[in-house]
Design a protein around this ligand. Sequence first.
Ligand code: ADP
Length: 578
Amino acid sequence: MKIKAKLTLGVGLLFALIILLAFVSIQQVYTLAQDTKNILTANYNSLEHSRNMLDALEKIISKEEDMNLFEAHLIEQEQNITEVGEAEMTQSLRLHFNQFKTNLGDSVVVKKIRAEVNDLMKVNLEAIQRKSAVAENTANNAEFWIGLIGAFCFLIAFTLLFNLPANIADPVKELTESITQIAAGDYTQRVHFKSSSEFGELADSFNVMAKKLEAFNASSLAKLITEKRRIDTLINKMHDPVIGLDEDKKVLFANEEALKITGLKPEEVIGKSALELSVNNDLIRSLMQDVIADKKESPSVSQPPMKIYADGKESYFEKEVLDISVTPTGEKTPRHIGHVILLRNVTAYKELDSAKSNFIATISHEFKTPISSIKMSLQLLENGRIGAVNEEQKNLLHSIHEDAERLLKITGELLDMAQVETGNIQLTVLSSDAKEIISQAMEANRNASEQKKIRLELHCPDHLPHVLADSDKTTWVMTNLISNAIRYSYDNSVVQLYVNAFEGHIEFAVKDTGQGIQPQYVHKVFDRYFRVPGTTSEGTGLGLAISKEFIEAQGGKITVESDFGAGSTFKVSLNISL
Ligand code: ADP
């Protein structure tokens, strides 16, 4: 039976029985009240009149009272005739009372009156007894019917109380438990209550839903597994090593290339923490140091390639650490879920690069001797030692000389760069006089500054501590910075040179009031071959890159500050010689 029908039937029956109980109770109480009233009005009053008549009779006889009192009670009795025979008795009493009124001394009549009043009392007493039995019967009936209907009400209420809550709550509880299990991922859950009620239908629908969910889960799981295998294969087939870590820095996967270069087996890597692996493996330590230190790699900071022994030879790899974050469904902020370490094999590029550096080094070295001999020959021609030259020839010789100078400068820079790239910088770091260094650099730029009518102003205290530097390389750097300041400044301007001692270091500064550098290019001017777009003066874009290498190789620092349109200041700081 349906729950709705059960509820309607149970509660409806209860309601009907309560109404019936109320009706029967009222009816029975009313009947009882009528019975009592009957006794009271019909018989009790007649008894009362009879007793009063007897009293009045006695008082008439003893002359205490006149006839009126008896008469009054008799009239009342005459109006309260209720029982069979009572009317005849009252009429006879009236007759004898009338006789008594005419003859007060008639004791026979008095006797008759007394007997008749007593008969009246007897009749009413009997009636009272009879009616009382009727009332008692009514009460018994009421007791029976009210008890019977009450018992029915109790039975139904009891049945409802014991069955209905469990009937509703139990299936709901079972259903809730099953839904909880399914929500937790156990799609094999089913509900088993068999009932023809609404819960039976609900259970059937629920089981169908669970079955479909199970099938869907199985199909999506299979799909996921296939996709995972595909991705695993893809990662494995990659020619570059790849290592994935979860948010707890435990290795999730490492492809074949990664295992090859680390010399480890999958079971020695997968599931192990980065820290644990780093303890025993130097390569893994240097691969994972950024992950362990929670460093966020900035793309603008390029690191030198790592040298790793792989494929039976030394190979070079560029490391990239990717911070992986996802935004969970329904959330707004991305959550960090791990890292991926990618190693790009750049050995081929590195080999090409070193071939290029060697080639440039060889060429520029080979160029230097012929250019120097061209310069010497030019000097001989200009001096007129091997014959007089006319004015036109002199001008030609002068421009050939300038070109040879420029060629020598370029080959010199290329040679220096090649040395830097092949790691062949030869440094002779000694205690050197900073003022001497800056003065030599100024001297080297004297002609250039005079040509543009640029004044070089030196601000240098008299007693400066010595600087720990390779004086040739540092002079080269300062010459290059002053040369740039002159080249990128307007005619008739001033280039200020400062040398100062600070705590532990000497700082050289070259400040010009030229065109300056646009903010987006400031951090790039130290890159090899970089020239600010639109730069018209001749150059290779190598001077600042070489300067940076020279200064950093000596443990110093080179920086730039530029105000576009107002000028630039390049600063070099080197350690003080103690
Ligand atoms: P270059 O041979 O081109 O001068 P550098 O490495 O010395 O090579 O300089 C790189 C670039 O930086 C230059 O091409 C120029 O655009 C910019 N630069 C260098 N010094 C200055 C300066 N003092 N003022 C403005 N721009 C400069």
